[in-house]
Design a protein. Structure first.
Length: 147
């Protein structure tokens, strides 16, 4: 009977463990998790990616949504500064709640912009509602995020 040295057994076990570890999927990043969470609400993954990256880095955000009768809604803005992922999450949750309170579940690009940085929105009932915004656009002195 052949004896296998202990070092060979340890090496074989280590290689087997490393192979399993390499095959495991990488955990989702905060950016990926947030973009996935808000994708449907924002009108698609490219919009949610733009929102998360722009708010996180303080960089320009461009949103494009498609509406009824082939209408297209386009909006763009730049936050005052970068935000933590926790602040990005809070800002997007606040914007989503604000729009839902007035009956808007699938917002246009302009409605998202108004909920995020402030502005007027016409509700489904035809009323005009002013939103304070959950972050400040570049060029203002309002706090970066508010609840």
């Amino acid at each position: 009977m052949t004896r296998i040295p202990a070092t060979v057994k340890i090496l074989a076990a280590s290689l087997a463990f490393a192979g399993v570890a390499m095959a495991a999927p990488a955990p989702a990043t905060d950016a990926t998790r947030l973009a996935t969470q808000y994708s449907d609400w924002a009108g698609g993954r490219s919009n949610s990616d733009s929102l998360v990256a722009g708010l996180r880095n303080g960089s320009p955000i461009t949103l494009v949504t498609n509406g009824a009768n082939r209408s297209v809604s386009i909006a763009g803005f730049t936050p005052t500064s970068s935000m933590s992922y926790g602040s990005v999450s809070a800002a997007l949750a606040n914007a989503q709640r604000s729009l839902a309170r007035v009956g808007i579940k699938q917002p246009t690009a302009e409605q998202i912009q108004a909920a995020v940085v402030g502005g007027e929105v016409v509700t489904p009932s035809g009323a005009t509602t002013m939103f304070k915004g959950s972050v400040a656009p570049r060029g203002t002195t309002t706090p970066v995020a508010s609840r």
